[in-house]
Design a protein. Structure first.
Length: 432
């Protein structure tokens, strides 16, 4: 995974030589397992005074929007740390533990070392230099930082949020990206959870995260630092489904049960548990969620019929060349169902499924082929927009949308509704 963006490298020139060090140790017979979906899938603002929000990001910072501000580091040093949380799993009541990747505004001049992003097991070791994040420095003395949660794709990883996390934390946000236990990259090396279990757990993971940052981080200096009264959620692929669900889009349990008649699949067996069915019927959504940004969302008729009922500003982000969550099966039905006056649709005419994350330029071609043999056909080939150019623009849109619909900084309407960011023709913005 590379650094956040070229402008940030310019601010920290001493770190620009720290390119990714990725080493893989693949035992004989494991390659076939590694090939399966390891890094991707499948409201009104609570604060809208037109001048600024309530968090550490401060007020509107002037009445005219400066798009360049969205690409540059903000005034805060960036901290990165990993936190576990445990809560009671929906459907069973058993303990469920999540590993959280957290980017946050850090104390000035902490002296902390640069962070590294690491993943490892018996087969794989990945060691990546962070862009600007520091290794677990103290949290900044300010409080009330705006809060954003990212949900990774099917068989993905919370670390994939790092370009967004570093940018937003530098601008005064706390960004949390959980590893959805049972549905991560390493889970896919063994036996991932059935789809219906992951689809139930994921939205509840986000509620547990909001609860933890509201009142459950005893002993950590992040406790009490986040403003969880108005939360921004975004996610990629299966995380796009999770994003919609966090906004109140429920899974059509009756249709799912009908489809399961006569099937003995693991997903249908899980759904047959009466406690699981009851948990689904309780529905999703949390009133603290006030803005959404699903990226290449994995949707189906099981949820699309309810998108119009959310009442939450939503920024749909898609690539027209997506082969996993296609224009016809996901992007167009999602946009057709969206019905908030502040919705918008950010498209990449030459973008695809993996344009939203960093695997196209973080991983060597041979390693990328092990992880995603289809990546060259779904975002990482020469016919697509360069993901290293696209991701900073996507992050800029996410920051602008959060500042508008969480912090109430209306000046960002000029950017969100104006000419697209990025190079001419790389992005298209559609309004309701």
């Amino acid at each position: 995974m590379p650094d956040l963006a070229r402008p940030i490298r310019a601010r920290y020139p001493e770190r620009t030589e720290m390119r990714s060090l990725v080493s893989f140790h693949v035992v004989v017979g494991a390659t076939a397992i590694l090939l399966s979906s390891i890094l991707g899938c499948g409201s009104d603002s609570g604060i809208d005074n037109g001048t600024g929000g309530t968090g550490g990001a401060g007020g509107a910072g002037g009445q005219e929007a400066n798009p360049a501000e969205l690409f540059e580091p903000g005034p805060y040093e960036v901290g990165y740390r990993e936190l576990p949380i445990t809560y009671s799993e929906a459907g069973s009541g058993a303990d469920r533990t999540l590993l959280l990747r957290v980017w946050y505004p850090a104390a000035d001049d902490s002296g902390a070392d640069p962070a590294r992003y690491q993943l490892s097991n018996d087969l794989i070791n990945i060691d990546l230099a962070a862009g600007v994040a520091l290794d677990a420095p103290p949290v900044h003395e300010d409080s009330g930082f705006p809060f954003v949660v990212h949900s990774h794709g099917n068989g993905g990883e919370g670390l994939l949020a790092y370009p967004y996390g570093e940018l937003m934390a530098s601008h005064g946000w706390i960004l949390v990206a959980p590893n959805h236990t049972g549905n991560t990259a390493f889970d896919f090396l063994e036996t991932p959870d059935p789809f219906t279990r992951a689809a139930l757990d994921r939205p509840n993971d986000l509620v547990a995260i909001m609860d933890a940052f509201e009142s459950g981080l005893s002993g950590d200096d992040l406790a009490g630092k986040a403003d969880t009264s108005a939360v921004f959620v975004f996610g990629h692929s299966f995380g796009g489904y999770t994003t919609f669900a966090s906004g109140g889009v429920d899974f059509d349990i009756d249709a799912a049960l009908a489809e399961c008649e006569g099937s003995d699949s693991s997903s249908c067996q899980y759904l047959a548990d009466p406690d699981v069915e009851a948990a689904y019927r309780e529905g999703f959504g949390d009133p603290r969620v006030v803005a959404l940004a699903p990226q290449a969302p994995a949707t189906s008729p099981l949820i699309e019929s309810q998108i119009s009922e959310m009442g939450i500003p939503t920024m749909l982000m898609t690539g027209r060349l997506d082969q996993t969550t296609t224009q016809e099966s996901s992007a167009e039905p999602s946009w057709a169902a969206m019905d908030h006056p502040d919705d918008l649709w950010v498209e990449m005419p030459e973008g695809a499924h993996f344009t939203f994350i960093t695997i196209c330029y973080d991983l060597e071609p041979g390693i990328l082929n092990i992880f995603r043999p289809d990546a060259g056909e779904d975002g990482c080939g020469p016919e697509f927009i360069d993901a290293e150019e696209a991701v900073p623009v996507l992050a800029a849109y996410v920051l602008a949308f959060g500042r508008r619909h969480v912090l109430g900084e209306t000046k960002w309407d000029e950017v969100l509704q104006g000419p697209p960011l990025g190079n001419e023709g790389d992005f298209v913005v559609t309004l309701p």
